[in-house]
Design a protein around this ligand. Sequence first.
Ligand SMILES: Cc1ncc(COP(=O)(O)O)c(C=O)c1O
Length: 395
Amino acid sequence: MTIQTSSLTPKLLDNGVIRQAFPVLQEVTYLNVGTYGLMPAPALESFQALQAEFESRGVASNGGFGRQTEATRKRIAEMIGGSSDEIAFTRNATDGINLVLAGIDWQPGDEVITTTEEHEATNHPLTYLRQMKGIGVKMVEVSPRPEEMLARLEAVVSPRTRLVTMSYITCETGTRLPARAISDWAASRSILSLFDGAQASGAFSVNVQEMGCDFYASNGHKWLGGPKGSGFFWGKRDRLSDLYLAHVGAGSLERVDIPNGVAVAPATGHRFEFGTRAWALSAGLGCSLDWLESIGWANVYGHIAALSDYLKASILARPWLKLITPLAFEDSSGLTSFIIEGKNAQAISNACRERHRIYLRVIPHYNAIRVSTAHFNNPEDIDRLMAAVEQVKNE
Ligand SMILES: Cc1ncc(COP(=O)(O)O)c(C=O)c1O
């Protein structure tokens, strides 16, 4: 089966050498970077060296972590089509989402539109705001098709809608939402737009200019293979200053006049970076970018697309499996979810892990199994998964 993709050429890598950088692959079939990514051994080694230098020498260190952090900021900006001063380092994707949700001066009755397929990263803070600030939360079902999404947004929008916040790639069905259409729709109504890129960055080419959104929050620890605790946030330059700062401290203000009570925050991503931070984690993300760039982004993205196509074809070839992820890669990404008719997904996943050492994610909402096809996975991983699922479902 060939699935057409407009943006890239799906092509499997001969990734035997790449796989050697992930020793755990000798023990297990790892199909879940959508939960925790794996750091390639050379990146882990460089990251640990940077961290050791900083932690063991403090101000007497050679400053490599600082230089590498700023270089990483620049590379992230280039990777997503933003500029360095629009980037803030965060702890994870949730952190970036919270910069926006805590940065709006909500009034009781203000409204937010989100989807029914959001991660806790979005629906927990929204529920909290609903309780604490009296905002209204409207949810729409997801679709990769712009006209469907816009019709759903039109059905729930109100004069009180202030923000549209949703995943770029949803964590349940792995649907790629039509970011451009949604952002343009929002902007034409003076509504802010925020996309959660936790499952997007590193899985395919993300460009915030093409998305047209106001804000983009991501982590570094899934598809980018960075350290846990690494993440980044991007905001359109003329929107960053609109966000109220819930946290302020050393490094986050450009001018302070304590006697006169003047505090001026810069109109850049630095406004969100206060106090002593986990700079080695941000720098460590750069070590993972070195790895991915050494393979080549086009190769990484092409492999993820081709392996995702291979997995979807394997699912469609088995009538007892039901694919719930959009078929085309351009409507989805490296996450593929399927239902095993008449079976409990959690039980199947447990059996795959216990008996076959295959690591998957369960999506309870749909009683589905979710598979992540990363640049280090190969068709044999998928064949092993299909054989295991067939075996355990018959037991
Ligand atoms: C769509 C989505 N958003 C957010 C998250 C949470 O990311 P983080 O732990 O980096 O905040 C996840 C996965 O864990 C996710 O799938």
